[in-house]
Design a binder for this molecule. Structure first.
Ligand code: HEC
Length: 168
């Protein structure tokens, strides 16, 4: 966790670099394992997440994320995966988790969606087969996506399956 600030500074730079242009062209190579940034649309790995506002919000009140640069966040999971999310353990293939980040507690200033998607075995065996993405609010336009090392390295410190879950 001590290296977290550096990672988030890198991410901010990456997002700034991506602004208004193709993520394919702009994404920093060192941020992405295997070059899995495919441009607009998160479809390469995790299908369209544009319905995320209708997913189940699993946190009670919006909270300040310890890991994600002090953003205020809400966490969303599709209805069929709520039980698995709450129970914890190794996630079922297909589970997608969206974390919506805001600058303020009231949620007036949206910042980014981060998403984790549990892929089929073999996608990234050393990384729990998780896809990571940073999406625009539309849930489809990926700023960064794939086997994102910066996400994985920190999530690797979680106790189970690269997931931290909700705060106590
Ligand atoms: C420095 C550590 C760190 C980094 C880097 C990081 N995360 Fe997280 N992430 C956390 C922590 C801690 C939580 C759980 C609670 C919180 O928000 O503080 C979390 C929670 C999440 C969740 C909710 C699911 C869960 O319960 O674990 C998603 C989705 C997520 N992160 C996606 C990402 C993506 C995508 C990236 C890379 C762009 C990323 N994270 C980078 C620390 C990190």
């Amino acid at each position: 966790m001590s290296r977290a600030p550096a990672r988030w500074i890198s991410l901010s730079i990456a997002l700034a670099a991506c602004h208004g242009s193709s993520p394919q062209a702009q994404a920093p190579r060192d941020a992405v394992l295997s070059g899995a940034v495919t441009g607009a649309g998160a479809g390469a790995a995790v299908s369209d997440c544009s319905t995320w506002p209708q997913w189940v919000k699993v946190n009670a009140a919006r909270y300040r994320s310890a890991g994600h640069g002090g953003r205020w966040v809400d966490v969303y999971v599709e209805a069929e995966h709520v039980d698995a999310y709450v129970t914890g353990g190794v996630a079922p293939v297909g589970m997608r988790i969206i974390k919506a980040g805001y600058a303020d507690e009231a949620g007036t200033t949206f910042q980014a969606l981060t998403v984790m998607g549990k892929m089929a075995p073999g996608y990234d065996p050393d990384g729990g087969d998780w896809y990571y993405g940073v999406l625009d609010r539309d849930g489809r336009t990926a700023k960064l996506q794939g086997k994102l090392e910066m996400c994985r390295d920190c999530h690797d410190t979680a106790d189970v399956d690269f997931r931290f879950g909700l705060p106590e």
